[in-house]
Ligand binder design. Structure first.
Ligand code: HOZ
Length: 430
């Protein structure tokens, strides 16, 4: 008898393009049929057929303390009785903005939106208005949501499906997006030289989650900042994945580098739909109604989302030890899997920082998108399906980061390693 997930997917394909509301979920690059999730708690996801999985997606970042943490759940339950959407200011918006400003030193003012995509689209509009220049530079394989300007050499689902650029993006939009190579300062310098006085901003995921996890080489981010300063361009950190995940002030908290603008998402809603962009007051004051750059939204600052986000940020400030514990878990898994690759003589490379992690099926060190694309995605598919079989739910793509949570205890980590050994053995015959 077929599974409920399979039958739901069949029905979904009749009424939803591809049967999913976000492409990576469709399991297209890993094979099989996507699982429909019934519920999630702590370290686990449970599908509609009643099978439980250790959750290594964590809703793509926000579930730092595991799924449905009681502090967040209780706060949202309490807020529910006060109504769900006002279309007018509410006090929580002030509280969460104050909290974000107090936690991330480069952010003096912040505007809430509903997703990371909205945040990045608004941030580049603002950068263009502030500098009075049209072009932006992004890095190949970085993904900044599905705004037209970013669907050029994009990572994540675009890389997963192998579509380099999306139809529907106009030629004139595409020509204003230039792409450099991640971890290659010379490629960025060339673009600056070839386009004098026309680059409004450089946007990047300082630690990349969307070509699989890729980590900046020493000096790379500092070099970008220097080039931006020399050429009068803004530096935008897209910390939708890394914000509040790598430290209580995101990636920038690990380095003390202060970008001009930062985009945030997911985690500041505790998993509810939220995004934000913020930075220097002088720049942010250009946004309407303080200034002329328009950006708006009925659901921006939604009372339930801000309640969940505040509860999440309070959890973080009350538990600063969470980052060290997560890093230990990350290192334990990374070392364990590296050892398995060695024992089984399998070509593989593991990138890990804190609670973010990717196993690439390639024999080279992965430092940029071209490196990531040398991965054997068919082998990843075999590995993914066996991990699922063993009760571990990984992101269904070679080009995504895995996300660990504080809800994982030693028994979960041991289970993941045991499953990984079995899954790696499966790839040997594949
Ligand atoms: N773009 C998201 C991660 N890179 C995937 C979102 C989803 O499919 O839920």
């Amino acid at each position: 008898m077929g599974s409920l997930s399979a039958s739901y997917f069949e029905r979904a394909q009749e009424v939803i393009p591809g049967g999913v509301n976000s492409p990576v979920r469709a399991f297209k690059s890993v094979g099989g049929s996507p699982l429909f999730i019934q519920s999630a708690k702590g370290a686990y996801l449970k599908d509609v057929d009643g099978k439980e999985y250790i959750d290594l997606i964590g809703s793509w970042g926000p579930m730092l303390f595991g799924q449905a943490h009681p502090s967040i759940e209780n706060a949202v339950r309490e807020a529910l009785s006060n109504g769900f959407s006002f279309g007018a200011p509410s006090y929580n918006e002030v509280l969460i903005a104050e909290k974000i400003v107090s936690m991330i030193p480069s952010i003096e003012k912040v505007r809430l939106v509903n997703s990371g995509t909205e945040a990045t689209m608004a941030a580049i509009r603002l950068a263009r208005a502030y500098t009075n220049r049209d072009k932006i530079i992004k890095f190949e394989g970085c993904y900044h949501g599905h705004g037209d300007s970013f669907l050029i050499a994009a990572g994540s689902g675009v890389a997963t499906l192998g579509t380099p650029d999306s139809p529907g993006v106009t030629v004139s939009t595409a020509k204003d997006t230039l792409t450099a190579i991640y971890n290659d300062l010379a490629s960025l310098e060339l673009l600056f030289k070839a386009n004098p006085n026309s680059i409004s901003a450089v946007i990047l995921e300082p630690v990349v989650g969307n070509m699989g996890l890729v980590i900046p080489e020493p000096g790379f981010i500092e070099g970008i900042q220097q080039l931006c300063q020399t050429h009068g361009s803004l530096l935008i950190f897209d910390e939708v994945m890394t914000g509040f995940r790598l430290s209580s002030s995101g990636y920038q908290g690990l380095t003390q580098i202060q970008p001009d603008l930062t985009t945030l998402g997911k985690i500041i809603g505790g998993g509810l739909p939220v995004g934000a962009y913020g930075g220097k007051a002088e720049i942010m004051n250009m946004i309407a109604p303080a200034g002329p750059v328009y950006q708006a939204g009925t659901l921006s600052g939604n009372p339930l989302a801000t309640t969940a986000g505040l509860a999440m940020l309070n959890l973080i400030t009350n538990h600063p030890e969470v980052y060290q514990a997560l890093n230990q878990k990350g290192e334990f898994l990374a070392e364990g899997i590296r050892q398995q690759l060695k024992d089984l003589q399998i070509d593989g490379f593991v990138n890990q920082i804190g609670s973010m992690f990717t196993l690439f099926f390639t024999n080279i060190a992965v430092k940029n998108f071209s490196d990531a694309k040398t991965s054997d995605t068919a082998k990843f598919g075999v590995y993914f399906r066996e991990m699922l079989n063993q009760g571990v739910y990984l992101p269904p793509s070679q080009f995504e980061s895995w996300f660990l949570s504080a809800a994982l205890d030693q028994s979960h980590l041991d289970h993941i390693l045991k499953a990984s050994r079995i899954a790696l053995e499966k790839t040997l015959g594949a």
